[in-house]
Write a protein that binds this ligand. Sequence first.
Ligand SMILES: [Ca+2]
Length: 385
Amino acid sequence: MSFNAALNAANGGFAVASSPLTYLSGTPDNAIDHNDATVLHTNYLATEARIVDIDLQSSRHITSVRVLDAHSDGHSWKESLFFSDDGVTWTEAWSQTHSSASMHDTGIVALTTPGTARYWRFEGPMLSTGAGEQCYLGSLELWSDDATPGTGGTGGSTGTGGPAYSGDLQAWLADDDTNLHKTDGLPWLTRTLLQSTYDLVSTIRDRVYPGAGPLTVLTDLYLNTIKTQLDAQEALDALVSARLTGASGGGGSAFYGPDGTQVAAGVEALLARSTNAQVGFPAAPWEMTAETDWDDAIAWDQPADLYVVTFTSTPPTIPDNGRAGVPVRYRLAWWTPLNGTFAQERRWIDFENAHLVDPAGRMPGLLLQTYTSGGGHLQAWTLNV
Ligand SMILES: [Ca+2]
């Protein structure tokens, strides 16, 4: 890749060193600011013709130069451009003589001796004595064919300026506590910054590198990297959010049990079972899971938090002894939780309608026997909390 670009502070690193010359007006920056209207006016100096020393920060291949200047008295004096790798030994790259007292523009001209060097020096107009005459230097441009990041191609519509990115990117890249998240550590802020970077790079890519090409491919690769980070961060945010707010969204604990159930949800269910289990029966979350008829006796392999027993026939030998409108028949039947072939203690049923519950919670099954005879209907209910 090769294109010519006028080096400047934005695209190449361009520093102007102090010169032993004194200046009548202006500063050395006025010579390299790409503005013909700003002028460095040098003084006459009897022992020195040097005007501007330039440090390109790194060795660059310079092929052309443009000089816009005028001489104070209109005499024809020599001007020269030199380069050096060590700042000690200098090689002349180009020179001219002119006698214009008004601004004289060389245009972009090829160097007689192109050079690759870090240090460049402009001298003139030089008197025959080696002293420097007064000079009005409006522009001194060094042109390089090095690939220069941020510059457009020759003839390209994007020109030779650096890419214009907004202050947001500059702020994001800045090394401070906010952007490094040393103090806040918020994943949401990280995701916001990733998203803004993605959007910003996309905009820069579209504006600076339109169409297909190696730079577009490189930019897309970078964008895909950001997108991967963004997706991962989004998933992490969702996980953190769910852990903090709980399954119901009403707030909760970040601690989860080995079975994946949130501890707070488990405590909530336990409280519901122990404090409100039968108050709301049979409204939800109660649910009937099975029912059956039985006569005389039944061993029912049906788990339940509560069995509903309704007698439809009772033996005449067990009369109703109730006195408040509720039938009471002593030792009408007995029951026990049944776990396979294992039972617990015998519990009496003295009523025609009864709820069978166990303090331990859910029962694996039911064994029920009438004392003498009788039968009815059974329901198995579970509390789904
Ligand atoms: Ca200027």
